[in-house]
Ligand binder design. Sequence first.
Ligand code: ADP
Ligand code: MG
Length: 336
Amino acid sequence: MTSPVLTFFNNKGGVGKTSLIYHLAWMFASLHKRVVIADLDPQANLTAFFLDEERIEEVWEKTDGSTIYQCVQPITDMGDIKEPVLQNVGTDLYLLAGDVRLSDYEGELADVWPKSLDSNLYRPMRILSSFWQIMQMAADKVEAAIILADIGPNLGAINRSALIAADYVAIPLGADLFSLQGLKNLGPALKSWRQSWKKRLDNWESSSEKKRYPDFHLPEGKMEAIGYLCQQYMVRLDRPVKAYDKWIHRIPDVYREAVLGQPPEAGGKQENDPYCLATIKHYRSLIPMAQEHRKPIFSLTSADGAIGSHAGAVQDARKDFNTLAIKIAGKIGMVI
Ligand SMILES: Nc1ncnc2c1ncn2[C@@H]1O[C@H](COP(=O)(O)OP(=O)(O)O)[C@@H](O)[C@H]1O
Ligand SMILES: [Mg+2]
């Protein structure tokens, strides 16, 4: 049995990927879905949301598979990938910790990409699918219903492997030129990775090597785009509302053309676009408050400082993330 992998991706940074994964993980767990959260960004921001510095230092000093880098490191040395050791960070929440050394893996992943079409396919295919293999081992261990993977903001070899491992991709966006341009680059990148992975899978299927490795399974490389999220916090407050409207109204068409390869829908509005998964509010000071207390925004209490208008915003956030989690579950066929 394999578990579905969902990621949030945009090659533009600072679009709220890590914050979304963090909150969604807590929300799925509160809906009694066991979650593995994998931090595949060498910046390891998601890991810092869950673990304090002392614990991160402890984990980074180990060699037993406690970080994603520790799991992949042996395969760069003629060994094999290591089974992950997970951090239980909440009820039904298991973190596969990130590691700044993961950036060392970029070169290896880039090197084996062309080799995965020659002969001697097993090792290159094992390396290219290593993130998926490790995440599936993790999900198996704890019987997780879903894997949420956090990734960095670029189209490099680490992200290519992370996306090959993904069944579903959601795209967070701001209403600005840069986000729209990012969206235009991202659609074709996903398409090209899907196609080139398919080629490698077909090649592997017809190779004589396959018989020697009956237990070796590979990700489908589906990368199904399930929709986009509009990030209100990215809106520049010094800009007139008209500028916001101009960009926001372009999103549905650009998404259809660049990501889905569909013709634009004349006059389609973002508010009622079925591909718009959510509009994420500007949470202002609730974000640092949540980080300080190592909790999602929607679990902040008056003792944490969420008083007055904050208390209302906390309730709204709970409703919004609950709706988002249920909507995403519907898109990926997960029963809540
Ligand atoms: N809904 C939000 N409201 C206010 N600030 C946010 C919101 N989501 C994210 N941020 C802030 O924006 C910055 C970038 O968010 P992050 O989740 O790290 O994005 P990414 O992972 O795409 O780089 C962080 O400082 C974060 O605290
Ligand atoms: Mg991030």
